[in-house]
Design a protein. Structure first.
Length: 131
């Protein structure tokens, strides 16, 4: 099914400027155009943009996204290398998630501290772990 740029924006959450940028740098390849020169996106384009959205939202740098796109264009022979690239990204995500969990626990400690009854902690102290 063909999609207008506006529909692609609505379905992917990317801005039109981002779609143009991704096309210009090679992340989005071979977007067709209608007789008037307007981009026409396909279901395959939107599926690819969904992958790019996932990679971007999880912090993959553009340079690595470009490498992934290059490998994908090279076909089935690059499955192993694509898997390695995604495994590396997954490991980095695990570290980020663990760090975020640690920070979340600090925030929860602070919430518990604020929820303590008045007089339960030293007056004026507002440092996690000091209560």
């Amino acid at each position: 099914m063909p999609y207008t740029p506006r529909e692609a924006v609505e379905k992917t959450g990317f801005s039109l400027d981002t779609l143009r940028y991704y096309e210009r740098i090679g992340l989005l390849d071979s977007v067709e155009r209608n007789a008037g020169g307007q981009r026409v996106f396909t279901d395959d384009d939107l599926a690819w943009l969904g992958i790019l959205r996932c990679l971007r939202d999880t912090g993959m740098p553009i340079a690595r996204m470009l490498r992934y796109a290059e490998l994908a264009r090279d076909g089935d022979a690059t499955f192993a290398e694509r898997a390695e690239l995604l495994e590396e990204h997954d490991r980095e995500l695990e570290l980020k998630i663990a760090a975020l969990r640690d920070e979340q626990e600090r925030i929860r400690e602070k919430i518990r501290w604020y929820r303590e009854p008045p007089g339960a902690h030293i007056r004026g102290r507002d440092v996690v772990g000091s209560a």
